[in-house]
Design a protein. Sequence first.
Length: 321
Amino acid sequence: MSKFDVEKINQLIEISKLYYQDGLNQSSISRQVHIHRTEISRLLKEARALGIVKIEIDSTFGASEKLSHELQSYFHLKKAIVIPTKPGSSYADDLKTVGSYASNYIQEQLFSDSIVGLSWGRTLATTIHCITPINSISNVTSVPMIGGPIGTLDVNYQANNLVHELANNLKNSRSYTLDAPVMVSNSALKQELLASPNSQAVLDFWNKMDIAIFGIGSSEITNNLTWRGFYEGTGFKKALSGTTVGDILSQPYSITGELNKSFNSNLIGLKLESLKKIPLRIAIATGENKANAILGALRLQAPNVLITSDKTAIAIKRAIK
C-alpha cells in the first residue's frame, strides 16, 4: 500500500469516528479537519463502500422491547429491561451482556446522598464490576443487605466486597460491612452479632435505603459452585425443595409468591417485608433455569424493576399459568 493510500485510509477512519462515534455533524467535522462539508459527505460514503464503516441493523431489539412492555404491564413494574442476546450464546456471555446493560441503568438511577443496598452473587458482581467511576455523584452510602457466606465463596461475589467496590466508583462515598454470617444457630448469637456499633449502623441504613439491588436465587441451581460456596452446610438446600422455587436475600418463596416464613428465624439479612418498602428495587437475574424463581419474585412484588435477558423473559412467559 502506498503512502498516499495509508494517509487516505487514515483520513477516512478519522472522519468516520468523528461522525459515527463522536456524533459530530458534517459542518462541525468540516471545521475541525478543514475540508469542505460536501467533501465530508463524499468521504463518509467512500468509507462505507470500502467497509471501514459497517452499519448493522439488529432486529432482535424490537422483540426484546415488546417483551419488556409485556412484563412491565403484566406485573405492574416501574421498569422491565429485557436485553437481546445472540442466538446460541452461552450463559457466561449472556451474563456479561446483562451485567453491562444493568450497570448502565444503575448508573442512571444513582444520585448524591442516596443509600444503596446490595446482595451477593455472580450476577450482581458482574454488574458492579461494569460500573465505571462517576464524578457527578457524591456522598453515596452503600451497605450489604445480607450476612456473609458460611462456605468458601469467592470474595468477589460477597456483599461486603461489592459495596466497597461500588463506593470506590463514586465521589466522596462510603461503604459499611456486615461482619456476621447469613445464618446462625440461635437468637442469642444473632443478637450478640448485631449488637456491635457497625452492625447497628447497617441496620439503621436498612430503614432509610433509597435503592436496593439484588439477585434472585433458584431451586434449580443448588449444585452451582457459587451457590454452594455461600450456603455449604446450612441446610438451606432443603428449604428450596417442594413448592419452593427461589429465594431473595436467603428467604425462600413459592412460584405463586408465597414466603416460606418457617425457615430460619435466625437469618441475618433484610426482611422481604422491609425490602418491599424501598422506593427502587432492582432485581437482576438471567438464565432459563431461573424462570420459575423470577416469576415467583414478581408475584411476590419484591422487585419493581427487572433486568433480564430475552431468553429468560421468554421462559418466564412460558411459566405463567
